[in-house]
Design a protein around this ligand. Structure first.
Ligand SMILES: Cc1ncc(COP(=O)(O)O)c(C=O)c1O
Length: 376
């Protein structure tokens, strides 16, 4: 548990549920990634946590930004980011959003189909564009693949078409899935990108950039490979495929930058056996799937959960949120244990909740107030 956050919680006793993020830790993670992968420019994936104290700190550190919407572009600009440090990285964009970003000076956009490319040609003329490839998300605890990206064959045609449409065909991107535990996924994806670089070069089109996406994992209940391990695998694959003629490299980390910097404090609302004979206690917290813990769907992301007395005798529990929705269950199968004498009113801390929690929070489902947020 982060000592700065522990002190804040002890002194301030904020109302729960709340998220507390240590912004110095965000900086430390940004710097760690920069050290591990100095060849790559970091485009922080704003969607992971768009809070202004995070964006401002990252602007000060010289970060670039991957924005998913005009609203995120606008937040980055408010935080002081230059428009040319922003990539509009969502393959699905409203025309009004493309126009607003273009008018604000943004000149880098992603696409994965002809229709989006034509929108860009019309509403963001001359911009640098990159095509997202569909790659294997095997090994990711929060996969993304099916919804985005296109095949090598189609990307080839689209990049040539981009040039004909007056756009600047800049490069290619992929995302190996979030909380990706295997560096093989990056190596395989780089191999695919390299094939297309070669193929397009033969067709007279020299691409300049490869966007390696996000996906770098953080520790939840179990250790994960260090960032240096991923950096080493990526550099090895890049050199193997591109030799000395390395293209510009971009990364779009979200979870890695902010995840471990955040803790959710929650109150136990009820501990109940509900007359069941299997002895499994149900622990209901004041935060659940709708309060921000959406990534517990299918028990995909399994947060480390601590009470103030982690050495007390413990037994198995199922964990659920406070709403009347039957889907509001966090964990039934993932073997969580909490103290046997846990009672309502006690506090529990969910670690590693700095990413993809504050923004997944519903506004007033069942009347519950949205998650409180503190950036310290
Ligand atoms: C286009 C894009 N880039 C970057 C990210 C950040 O990924 P991660 O949080 O796994 O680093 C995402 C996550 O959804 C994404 O969709």
């Amino acid at each position: 548990m982060n000592p700065k956050i522990t002190r804040f919680l002890a002194e301030q006793k904020p109302a729960t549920p709340c998220l507390v993020v240590d912004v110095d830790e965000v900086e430390a993670r940004y710097r760690a990634l920069g050290r591990a992968l100095p060849q790559a420019r970091i485009y922080y994936a704003v969607k992971a946590n768009p809070a202004m104290p995070i964006l401002s700190r990252l602007v000060g550190l010289g970060s670039c930004f991957d924005a998913a919407s005009w609203e995120e572009v606008s937040l980055c600009l408010q935080a002081g980011a230059e428009p040319d440090a922003i990539s509009f990285g969502n393959t699905v964009k409203k025309v009004s959003a493309i126009r607003a970003a273009y008018e604000a000076g943004v000149r880098m956009f992603v696409f994965d189909c002809r229709e989006e490319l034509e929108k860009l040609a019309r509403h963001a003329p001359g911009s640098r564009v990159y095509c997202r490839l569909l790659v294997d998300n095997y090994g990711a605890e929060w996969p993304l693949s099916r919804k985005f990206g296109t095949t090598l064959e189609s990307a080839r045609e689209l990049m040539l078409a981009a040039r004909d449409l007056g756009l600047d065909p800049y490069g290619l991107s992929f995302h190996v899935g979030s909380q990706q535990l295997s560096s093989d996924a990056y190596e395989a994806a780089i191999g695919r990108v390299a094939t297309l670089f070669t193929d397009l070069s033969a067709a007279g089109l020299e691409l300049r950039m490869i966007n390696l996406g996000g996906g770098f994992p953080i520790r939840y209940r179990e250790d994960v490979p260090e960032i240096d391990h991923f950096a080493h695998a990526i550099c090895h694959a890049m050199t193997e495929h591109f030799g000395n003629a390395l293209p510009e490299m971009l990364v779009e980390p979200g979870r890695f930058i902010v995840g471990e910097a955040g803790v959710v404090r929650s109150e136990v609302v009820l501990v109940s056996a509900r007359g069941r004979t299997d002895g499994l206690r149900w622990v209901y917290l004041d935060i659940g799937r709708f309060g921000g813990l959406a990534e517990t769907e299918n028990e995909s992301i399994r947060y480390a959960i601590h009470t103030g007395r982690d050495n007390a005798p413990a037994g198995p529990v199922a964990l659920a949120g406070p709403t009347c929705d039957g889907a509001d269950i966090l964990y039934e199968k993932s073997r969580y244990e909490l103290p046997l004498d846990l009672e309502s009113g006690e506090m529990v801390d969910l670690l590693g909740t700095g990413a993809y929690v504050s923004t997944y929070c519903s506004t007033r489902f069942n009347g519950f107030a949205p998650l409180g947020e503190y950036y310290i």
